[in-house]
Design a protein. Structure first.
Length: 297
């Protein structure tokens, strides 16, 4: 007899991981990704899965399970900001394709250095909004000082969180949203036409406004020197100066991230993983004991 135990999934987190040939950068990327994945495993509702699109399997610093899938994609290593945007866009598309092969529903793209609140999956499962979710509020954290401020924030940005951070949208997608049979632009492309900044507006334009998440559901980590924004800062001096101002404001006026570390998984230690087959072995043992008791009566 063959048993198939399929996990219930409420939210799929899709993480595009940038490629690098620099071993020091790769080690740093793996450390940042470990924190990001840890924040997902920290969910109070464990009905999630994670798809990481990458050129090779990263090394994480804590144990995971089959809810984490690595989708290996061979793409040229980006040499500048535009190439990096194209790389991330291609990986997100492949994540969406893989996600929709499994039936679709709620997909959140999560940058490989950001952190997510442990209340998010629980909130999505409880509300099950037809059009998905948008984060108007969040936190910003300076990577060097580990100081945090709410976003929007005077002196940092007056923009809504989803206009600043890529980890700010939970889309509801269905099979067919990546393609179109009548010559129209696929729905996924319409939503993501300008990346995360266009999704909420595009959803509203199609008559499916997203639900605003009523708590600060993500931390936007700045100043890692490994993100797309950091690459842009090197190419665009004006943008770089603006980012430096944000980092100084966070470092000098922010509060220590330890105050919200539990919510965002920075203190998370995953419980030991039960041995493979433990569930079926437990059921068999209970059945065996019941049979033995009946045979003795």
């Amino acid at each position: 007899m063959t048993f198939s135990l399929r996990r219930r999934v409420t939210v799929t987190f899709g993480i595009p991981l940038r490629a690098t040939s620099n071993p020091v950068e790769w080690s740093a990327l793996c450390r940042l990704l470990s924190d990001t994945v840890r924040s997902v495993y920290n969910q109070t509702d464990q009905s999630f899965q994670i798809i990481v699109a990458c050129d090779r399997r990263p090394i994480l610093d804590f144990p995971t399970d089959d809810r984490l899938e690595f989708l290996q994609i061979a793409l040229p290593t980006p040499k500048d900001h535009d190439a990096g945007d194209n790389d991330a866009g291609a990986k997100r598309w492949e994540i969406a394709r893989r996600f929709l092969l499994g039936g679709g529903d709620y997909l959140m793209f999560l940058d490989a250095d950001d952190l997510v609140s442990n209340q998010l999956v629980k909130f999505v499962r409880k509300t099950k909004h037809d059009s998905g979710y948008v984060f108007e509020q969040g936190y910003g954290m300076d990577a060097a000082s580990r100081k945090v401020l709410p976003i929007p924030q005077p002196g940092v940005t007056g923009l809504a969180f989803h206009q600043m951070c890529g980890s700010s949208i939970v889309m509801r997608l269905a099979p067919g949203d990546l393609s179109s049979g009548n010559g129209e632009t696929p729905r996924y492309n319409r939503l993501m036409r300008a990346g995360h900044t266009s999704v909420a507006k595009a959803a509203e334009e199609e008559g499916r406004p997203m639900l605003i998440v009523p708590f600060r559901a993500a931390i936007y980590v700045v100043g890692t020197n490994l993100s797309q924004s950091d690459v842009r800062s090197l190419e665009d001096p004006e943008f770089g100066a603006e980012r430096d101002t944000w980092k100084r404001t966070l470092a000098t006026t922010g509060f220590d991230v330890s105050m919200i570390a539990d919510e965002f998984g920075l203190n998370y230690i995953r419980p030991p993983v039960p041995p493979k087959g433990w569930y079926l072995n437990t059921l068999f043992s209970r059945w065996r004991r019941r049979v033995d008791r009946q045979s003795q009566t």
